[in-house]
Design a binder for this molecule. Structure first.
Ligand SMILES: O=P(O)(O)OC(CO)CO
Ligand SMILES: [Mg+2]
Length: 284
């Protein structure tokens, strides 16, 4: 049977490439920075403009009424962040806005597509590296059309683990983040890393460059595309308490296998993060 989502998948790749070219061009001029949830949660005109380009292109191609959209900047402006059974695009136009502002060379466009709340495909364009990652559920994960695979390391002492510091500087949360990192570093692991973009971090798990990436406080648009890419590359996703992964929970461990994932989970100091679909928001 013909794949009903092949056309949207192919289109997402071309839209991500177009969006990435816009970001590269915008990075050559002066970047005006504003803030969102905290003074270190940055946003630029490029984030907003690129999200409009992506959503505008998707609406033009697939029609306004049938598909829903969850986009980082639209949600910041009060749009719904409720995932329904309808075909839904989950978009982060510029993942790694802080990197973009500073010229730190990892910035990604992240586009995922879910139907009946199941992620069907994910596309991540690491636009400064010019690397296109993509995965269609059940059909494998690719970087620039080459198949990718997670690492086969099971020994935590031979692993590299990624995590990030987030944009919440509440001292108790920062303390827990650093305490978790300290415990993981002292297992010991070969190293701790962070690219500054959740989407790129997940691609690094998917290619086997690192064994795992975990974070509390990320949003569905940061990880939706990466979730498909990691799983299709042979990896796994779990909640930070070892339970099932929940896209809207703002908590995630992505890893090459469950041995590594469960070893990290032992050390994670969990702190609260309000769900993306917390009830204040209106329906799509
Ligand atoms: O740069 P953004 O889109 O704010 O995302 C951050 C996490 O929220 C990096 O993944
Ligand atoms: Mg993001």
């Amino acid at each position: 049977m013909e794949d009903p989502w092949q056309k949207p998948y192919d289109f997402a790749v071309s839209v991500a490439r177009k969006a990435g070219a816009e970001i590269r061009k915008a990075g050559e001029s002066e970047i005006k920075v504003c803030t969102k949830s905290s003074t270190v949660d940055l946003v630029t005109k490029t984030d907003e403009r690129v999200e409009k380009i992506i959503i505008g292109s998707l609406k033009e191609e697939f029609g306004e009424g049938t598909h829903c959209f969850i986009g980082e900047e639209s949600v910041a402006k009060g749009e719904s962040c409720i995932l329904t059974d309808k075909p839904t695009w989950i978009i982060d136009p510029v993942d790694g806005t802080t990197n973009f502002v500073h010229g730190f060379p990892f910035v990604a466009v992240s586009i995922a597509f879910a139907v009946n709340k199941q992620l069907e495909f994910g596309v991540i364009y690491s636009c400064l590296e010019d690397k296109m990652y993509k995965a269609r559920r059940g059909k494998g994960a690719f970087c620039d059309d080459e198949p990718i695979q997670v690492s086969d390391v099971k020994d935590i002492n031979k692993s590299i683990i990624i995590s990030e510091h987030g944009t919440d500087r509440t001292p108790e949360k920062v303390k827990k983040i650093f305490s978790t990192m300290q415990k993981i570093l002292c297992i010991p692991v070969h190293g701790l890393r962070g690219s500054g973009t959740a989407a790129t971090n997940m691609c690094l798990v998917a290619t086997g460059a690192v064994e795992a990436f975990f974070e509390i406080g990320i949003h569905c648009w940061d990880i939706a595309a990466g979730a498909v890419i990691v799983q299709e590359a042979g990896g796994i996703l779990l909640d930070v308490d070892g339970g099932p992964f929940d896209l809207m929970s703002r908590r995630m461990v992505s890893a090459n296998n469950d041995v590594i994932a469960k070893r990290i989970i032992k050390e994670i100091e969990i702190f609260p993060a309000e769900r993306d679909d917390a009830p204040v928001q209106k329906k799509c």
